[in-house]
Design a protein around this ligand. Structure first.
Ligand code: NDP
Length: 408
């Protein structure tokens, strides 16, 4: 199937490469024809991981691998243990059933009953299941390549550092930690252990988002002057961990405002150099000290663009990005929900088909970890750390009422 795609969409160079590859292969096969089965098996294995492997097709304009082309049968698959079997982990686990390059091979949970039911549902053997006390033992488990941390925010730092020390790659949910100091320690621990650290920024693989990023970087929007990010929802149950500072690290900003922080950076395509911010609180009972309810913030970029953003836990229907340049605009609404994402630019509606974000994210992350593929919009630890530095500065600007300078 990838062969067909390669043939049909192709240049002369492509045809010559194909002919030359087939020619070499013909002689290679003739040479090994008389040898034994083991040699042939070895050849097939070598071929699969060699430069002969035909490149996969990419979705027009986005650089991400088209769903039907996401794997060559011989490609390596990322074997992932999920940590924290809560509501988002359930969504990830279901989405991963359609992955071509990532699969669930382990589970880490503090709730034995969940471990049992998830084991059955996702076909994970007992020997690959752990709790928060003993998960360092994954070090000696050859069936797990990476752990996906999907627990409350304030637990991420220690969990990520332990996974790195166990020699496994880490995918960590946003926010990667609860302040920049934590983020720095996590990045360093993964560097020291020589493992990759990726942050669960699923929008970085979403086709309509990537189309606006592509148009902006191709100068189709002209000089970028303004970004607006609106991120919020009305939060329910006052007893949940998201409203506890010791587990959440903050309030709406940590949970949903981070989408506007991160979005401002990848939509404008620059790193901000200053921030100002203002907080309002209508319900100090529900949103206690250190748990922000609503924050408006502004970012200034070196090229002269400004961003104006809202983060809130007290209003629904707030999920919008708007990017404006002197030649055109790009708009997403909804911009960061589970989809379908809707968008348009000055050239018209964006019509890229909906993809399940977590399926594409996990296939792309497998390619980043296993093949060193570069994401169009980075998803590494440094990317998560930049967002935490901005969030630290937003909180500082709220406290001081002053403009805070950023050095990212
Ligand atoms: P949930 O409360 O639904 O699940 C969290 C799970 O973490 C729990 O079920 C539990 O699993 C485990 N856990 C371990 N210690 C604790 C503790 N002290 N208190 C509560 N739970 C604990 O949260 P979410 O799944 O909604 O969020 C988890 C993470 O995922 C957060 O960092 C959040 O920001 C992120 N997230 C990202 C989204 C995205 O779109 N990228 C969307 C939603 C969340 P167990 O019983 O198995 O130990």
């Amino acid at each position: 199937m990838p062969l067909k795609k390669f043939k049909s969409g192709t240049s002369h160079v492509g045809i010559i490469q194909l002919v030359s590859t087939s020619f070499h292969l013909y002689f290679f096969i003739i040479t090994i024809k008389r040898s034994d089965m083991n040699t042939r098996r070895k050849f097939i294995k070598t071929f699969a991981s060699s430069a002969f492997a035909i490149p996969m097709a990419v979705q027009a304009g986005t650089g991400i691998i088209a769903p039907e082309e996401r794997i060559l049968p011989q490609e390596k698959v990322l074997r992932v243990a999920l940590m924290g079997l809560g509501s988002y982990a359930g969504r990830v686990a279901d989405a991963m059933q359609a992955c071509k390059r990532a699969k669930i091979t382990g589970l880490i949970s503090g709730t034995p009953a969940k471990l049992k039911s998830w084991q059955t549902k996702y076909g994970v053997p007992e020997k690959n299941c752990y709790n928060y006390e003993n998960f360092d033992q994954i070090k000696s488990n050859p069936e797990i390549d990476a752990v996906y941390v999907i627990t409350p925010n304030a637990l991420h730092r220690d969990q990520v550092i332990r996974i790195a020390k166990a020699g496994k790659h880490v995918i960590c949910e946003k926010p990667m930690g609860i302040n920049a100091k934590e983020g720095e320690a996590m990045v360093q621990a993964c560097k020291d252990a020589n493992v990759k650290l990726l942050i669960g920024y699923r929008m970085h693989f979403e086709p309509k988002t990537l189309e606006i990023v592509r148009m902006r970087s191709n100068n189709e929007l002209g000089k970028i002057l303004f970004f607006q990010g609106l991120s919020g929802f009305r939060i329910g149950d006052p007893g949940q961990w998201r409203l506890k500072k010791d587990l959440a690290g903050g309030g709406a900003m940590m949970d949903i405002g981070i989408y506007s922080v991160n979005g401002a950076r990848y939509m404008v395509g620059e790193e901000p150099v200053w921030v100002t911010a203002q907080e309002t609180k209508t319900d100090p009972q529900k949103f206690k000290e250190g748990v922000d309810e609503t924050i408006t913030f502004q970012l200034g970029f070196p090229g002269g663009a400004i961003a104006s953003c809202l983060s809130t836990y007290s209003m629904n229907n707030l999920d919008k990005f708007f990017l404006n340049g002197d030649k055109g605009f790009g708009e997403l609404q909804p911009a960061t929900g589970y989809g379908p994402i809707m968008g348009r630019t000055h050239k018209g509606e964006l019509t890229h088909p909906h993809v399940t974000h977590q399926t594409v994210q996990m296939d792309e992350m497998a390619a980043i970890i296993l093949d060193n593929k570069k994401a169009i919009v980075p998803v590494d630890g440094e990317e998560g750390l930049k967002d935490l530095k901005i969030i630290d500065a937003i909180y500082q600007a709220v406290r001081s009422g002053q403009k805070v300078t950023l050095k990212l």
